[in-house]
Write a protein that binds this ligand. Structure first.
Ligand SMILES: *Cc1c(COP(=O)(O)O)cnc(C)c1O
Length: 443
């Protein structure tokens, strides 16, 4: 056997300008069709840029999630996080699959009612519920999640005035090993604030705690954090039942499961690193099943997962406007969709694929949007072949948060198309007009 020559080990800093050990970056792969529908034809018909959603993918994901949890735990209820994507057509698909509505503001509460959601199927989160809407939600019978002490007093006042005892859920926060810790929402479980709030509610007699809720973060890549959260929340539920005799009917573990998006500084693509739905389900249900609840009285497990159910189902088709060289020689490409439409570009390195194969040599390219702002960087560095002006690209996955966080800045918001299960592509939000933008102004 021949002895290999010694090579000094070296550490090479990962930079997202270079291809990594996974080889070809996804940008070299073309994406010409979505669910069998031609992207070029959709753009011809509905303009550019254009959001495209796949009903097939949405239904596949929510069904997968329901299976992962439903096969492991007897009582599971999903609740669609409106702020992740509150286009009516999208919410309707989730409601059609049996999901409740999870809302975080007065506006979202109204949106859920407009979609004919019965109030008892609306979970009302958020740190600010103006008294009039808190009162309305309690009277309607919505599931109100109390965030802090002042809201608790507010809810007690409403109950007292109405001469009614309302059921509420308490939002909790705790250390689950995930940092930064989201301790600004809800009552802290670790330091005893949560139990004090429960004692206060029981002593007051105006409200009744029937549920516990937490939402530990977003894009949480560590299923074990949910195991810790579920263990702590279940232990508190048992303690409340033991000490106050109040049965806790629902344990809500919130959302935050990672989608296959890739964070800017992440080495491996998100599609390889995001845990599977089964991993999250196992982590949570394992904790609940071993918490010691009596088998006849297992609490209902509620999940409010947002991004993990919708991100992959959303695409953005955009057109190349121009190519140029920056002062240092870096190739730059300008496309007609910027951070105004793709707000999540600030955090995620979206995949970008040419719609058609143009050949040519791929080169590191920075992709800019059309805004006159230096921060309008859609993809900071990606290997792309030369694409002439007018050519199209698809950014993916972009289904979560973009169509709610998009901003009104110097351009009109693009149209949104939904490719139905049967292959029909329907407009679910038309492109904005200048009249849409100007309508609220008072000349
Ligand atoms: C935003 C939010 C969700 C959904 O979070 P994802 O990270 O999109 O899964 C669920 N519950 C609450 C309370 C939220 O604020």
């Amino acid at each position: 056997m021949q002895k290999l020559p010694y090579e000094t080990p070296s550490i090479v800093k990962h930079t997202n300008l270079l291809a990594n050990k996974f080889g070809k970056s996804p940008s070299r792969r073309t994406l010409s069709h979505i669910d069998g529908v031609s992207v070029a034809e959709l753009m011809e018909r509905h303009g550019s840029p254009l959001f495209i959603f796949s009903e097939k993918r949405i239904r596949a994901r929510i069904r997968e999630a329901k299976r992962a949890f439903g096969t492991r735990y007897p009582k599971v209820q999903f609740s669609w996080s409106y702020k992740t994507n509150y286009l009516d057509a999208i919410c309707r698909i989730f409601h059609d699959e049996g999901s409740f509505a999870e809302v975080v503001s007065e506006m979202e509460y109204e949106m859920a009612l407009r979609l004919q959601m019965p109030p008892e199927r609306i979970l009302f989160n958020g740190p600010y519920k103006p008294t009039h809407i808190l009162k309305r939600a309690l009277q309607d019978g919505a599931r109100v999640h109390i965030d802090h002490m002042d809201e608790l007093y507010d809810a007690e006042r409403v109950a007292e005035e109405a001469g009614q005892q309302y059921e509420v859920t308490l939002r909790l926060n705790m250390d689950t090993g995930i940092y930064p810790r989201w301790d600004r929402f809800g009552f802290n479980l670790d330091n005893g604030d949560a139990m004090s709030a429960v004692q206060r509610i029981v002593a007051g007699g105006k409200l009744r705690v029937t549920g516990l809720h937490c939402h530990i973060g977003t894009y949480v890549m560590e299923p074990n954090a949910y195991n810790i959260a579920a263990t702590k929340v279940a232990a508190l539920a048992r303690r409340i039942e033991d000490e106050t005799g109040t049965p806790i009917a629902t344990l809500d573990l919130g959302g935050g499961f990672a989608s296959p998006a890739t964070l800017h500084d992440q080495y491996s693509p998100g599609v390889d690193t995001a845990p599977r739905m089964d991993d999250y389900a196992e982590a949570i249900t394992d904790a609940l099943l071993s918490a010691g609840f009596s088998p006849q009285r297992m609490p209902t497990l509620i999940l409010e997962t947002g991004r993990a159910l919708i991100d992959e189902a959303g695409y953005m088709a955009a057109s190349v406007v121009a190519n140029k060289r920056l002062a240092d020689g870096t190739r730059a490409m300008i496309i007609d969709a910027g951070v105004n439409a793709l707000f999540t570009s600030f955090w995620y390195r979206h995949n970008i694929s040419p719609v058609s194969d143009e050949g040519g040599i791929a080169e590191t390219t920075v992709v800019y949007g059309p805004l006159c702002m230096n921060i309008d960087v859609v993809v900071p560095a990606v290997q792309l072949p030369h694409l002439a002006p007018g050519r199209a690209v698809v950014l993916h996955p972009v289904g979560a948060y973009n169509v709610t966080q998009w901003m009104q800045f110097i351009t009109l918001r693009p149209a949104v198309v939904l490719i139905r299960d049967n292959g029909d592509a329907v407009i679910i939000r038309r492109r904005e007009t200048i009249d849409d933008v100007k309508a609220p102004e008072c000349p």
